[in-house]
Structure formats: C-alpha cells, structure tokens
Write a protein that binds this ligand. Sequence first.
Ligand SMILES: Cc1cc2nc3c(=O)[nH]c(=O)nc-3n(C[C@H](O)[C@H](O)[C@H](O)COP(=O)(O)O)c2cc1C
Length: 253
Amino acid sequence: MILYFSGTGNSLYVAKKLAELTGDTAVPISAIHERCRRIQDRIIGFVFPVYFGDLPQPVLDFVRQVRFQKSTYFYGIATCGSTAGRALKTMNHLLRHQHCALSYGAVLPMIANSTVASRRHIRYNVNRLDHADELILNAADKIHRQVQDVTAIHSSLSAWLMNLGPIRHAGERWLTPSVDGRRCVACGLCARICPVSNIICTAKQAIIGSHCSHCLACVHWCPQQAVTVHGKQILSEDQYHHPDVTAGDMMRR
Ligand SMILES: Cc1cc2nc3c(=O)[nH]c(=O)nc-3n(C[C@H](O)[C@H](O)[C@H](O)COP(=O)(O)O)c2cc1C
C-alpha cells in the first residue's frame, strides 16, 4: 500500500505513478485515518510533501496513530521544492517507536508550491517534473527489488533551525490561508479538496477552520483566486498544481 498526503498534486502524482510501476495501490491517508488502526501490508510506502524541512503534521499524526508490523518493507518518498531537510529522518524516527524502520528513502525535488506566498509572476519551471519522472522510475526499481538504501535519510541543521518554536510559528503564519469574502462565490471546491477537512462552505462563502495543515491546496485550486496567504492576493498565473492532476483527482479519496 502506498499512503500519500498531497495539497497541490505533486505527491499524489508520485504515489499514483509508483503504484502503476510497482503494481501497488495508492491511498490518501485521509481515507484511512480514524477507521484503521493497524496496517500489515508486506510493503508500505509513504509519499508526502516537505513542510518547513520536516513532515506535514497530518502525516506525523497518522504514523503515530496507526500500528505497523516489523517485517514490513517500509519506504518514504519526500516531494519538495529543493531539499527534504529532516523529513525522512523524522519518518524513520516515528517508525522506530514501533520497532520498524525505513529501508529506503528518496527525495524528489519538484515545484515549490510555497513560492506563491512571497513572489508574483513566478513562471514555474515545469521541466523539473521531467527529472522527477526519472527519479520515480529509479525509485520504483529499488522498491520492486526491496533495496536497502538509507543514504537520503539524515538530519539537517537548517531544518532544525526552521522548526525552533518562534521560527516555525512565523513560517506557519506566513503560509496561513484566509478567504477574501469579496471574491469567494461559495463554489465549495476548497472545502472538497482540503485534505484535512478544515473548510466549510456556507451559502455565502467558504470558511477556513482552525486546524489548517498549510498545504495551500485551497490557495492554488481556487477558481476565483479568493484564498489569500497572509492577506496577499494570488494571481491566477501563480497558482500551481501538478499538470497531470485534476481537482477531481484531489477529491477522490
Ligand atoms: C507549508 C509549506 C512548507 C514547505 N517547506 C518546504 C521546505 O522546507 N523545503 C522544500 O524544498 N519545499 C518546501 N515546500 C514545498 C513543497 O514541499 C513542495 O511543493 C511539494 O512537492 C508539494 O507537494 P504536494 O503538491 O503534494 O502538496 C513547502 C510547501 C509548503 C506548503
């Protein structure tokens, strides 16, 4: 089973591609959260984006709550803008609490969806995704052969710094979305794609709740550009999602 978390489709794309190449099934963690307490597959993969050099909180909570078995071959694939920080190390650490461990970890630099908070007229270099495709093929081959390769699983000083209380809080504030009531047409798309079900949509407008995972799905997928980050209006040309992933794919979970 390939368990994934995704806001703008990079990790969803990687999980689906790996599933195709390895004959496995990709399942969003939101589909099994709460209901399933034990997963005992022979091979388990985790595919997730890097947030602040570390694991997204929903992935962290998920791995803490579900029970796994020691004999499973575990692997982790971190998608990111540039570097994975300590994300794979944290994943391994969580598994070790259950006497399990990652046998293989890989980092896939793709497109940084967080750039939208600080820049305008970004012109994402989607050619980078071709390189990611090559890395996916390489990862699939290793997973198929159940290779042991932990070279990508390490700690990181910059990730440690980024996760110091006040710095992390400032980062989260910087990447907190809110709804511009003047632009929102209450279509409800954001509520349907939010991977942590933190958005409700009234007849008038969408309302974001208090357990945001900062995935920026609502920011990037909103057809009206009605979701701002730290009050910054987003241009439609700066909205990003993986070109092979649709809003429908994001909702299918
Ligand atoms: C809150 C947040 C923090 C991020 N932090 C990092 C980071 O520390 N390093 C990095 O290379 N990319 C970072 N990114 C970029 C994402 O990891 C990257 O775009 C990822 O592939 C998105 O995956 P998704 O499309 O499946 O959501 C961050 C993105 C967000 C939304």
